[in-house]
Design a protein around this ligand. Sequence first.
Ligand SMILES: N[C@@H](Cc1c[nH]cn1)C(=O)NCC(=O)O
Length: 419
Amino acid sequence: MWGVGLAIYVTAVFHRTSLAVAGLEATERFDLSASQLGAFTVVQLLVYAGMQIPVGLLIDRFGPRTVLTVGVITISTGQAGFALATTFSAALGARVFVGFGDAMTFICVLRLVNTWFEPRRVPLLTQLTGSTGQIGSIVAAIPMTWALSELGWTTAYLISAATGPALLITLLLLVRDTPTERHHRGHPMSRLTLMSTLRASWAQPGTRLGFWVHFTTPFSASMLVMLWGYPFLVLSEGVSETVAGALLSLIIVAVVASGPVLGWIVGNHPWHRSTVALTTVAGMVVTWSAVLLWPGDAPLWLLVLMVVATGCGGPASMIGFDVGRTSNPPDRMASASGIINVAGFVATLVAVFGIGAVLDLATPGSSDDYSAGAFRLAMSVQYLLWGLGTLQIWRYRTIVRRTIGREAVDGGSTMLPLP
Ligand SMILES: N[C@@H](Cc1c[nH]cn1)C(=O)NCC(=O)O
């Protein structure tokens, strides 16, 4: 069950990031300005974030198998549409479909993990899901670059869309919602019940703690991988294009390598989950500060430390889902995951936008030759997000620790009995 779900999630991450290496080709094919190119990423992220809460509710109502089926069909249709699009508006519409399908993948896989594995194994498998999924972005970077240059736009994107039918058949043949049911249906929900499910999830301090952990930890890596990493490293830190590419791949290596370690710590020491998240944020703040304050170009060893610390933020974000899991009953689990998942993508959007806006303000009239000084200022936008997130993590961790107590947390529950 998990293998099929994971294969679908790796493919979704591949589709999500498959535009990162196609910027130049897209600019030529659709005759785009820089902001139109950026719109593809922004629209996709907006759709993804906006769909998280509805998708969480749909999973609780119709089960992960059904929602995943719709997700695979939608994302493959979007990617095929992107292959065939010849105008900016058609391509943008196709990216909306990719965002919709993508939004339906991850929390379905989390739900399958929660149903099919014993609770003590769930933290590690949740981590392995998040970390292994990021391999999709390496596939998007290397083979996709080759396919675009050797096979051309339409064939490269059509081949990538063709993974959809194969995954769909495997999904329909193998995946069951629970060991006893192919389809698990929750209770039909009126608008009132939907609202009360969301309210009940959000009322749990553990859901809020999970939200802020997911807000604070992954955005720096996502912002680097999705948009600003390459220009920052080349234009501001003076590394070659090859080294910049290698450093961005190292982020994914750090994600994949640190995931199981963090998963093990979190599974064995639930009381210390928020401490692990805060330590990871501190690692990012310290290494980023050293890079940004270094006089002139930062040395390569420091850039390596910074990207590794930043990569660890991805797996640390999974702590958010784990706290959400132990703070909600199984029939509200996907809704809580949806709420928590919105946070990281909203923080990424704010970082991507904020950095672009500061770059434009600091370098008036020039869009492709930002100075090192402008980049340093722009990258400092991240401190606002880390600062807000850290305060909120501290606030809700204090509430959880005070109201629930160590024995219950170590026993696997952060659920507060509410009226
Ligand atoms: N935080 C990520 C997952 C992750 C784990 N390790 C690195 N990244 C996340 O929010 N995932 C949701 C998704 O759809 O990818």
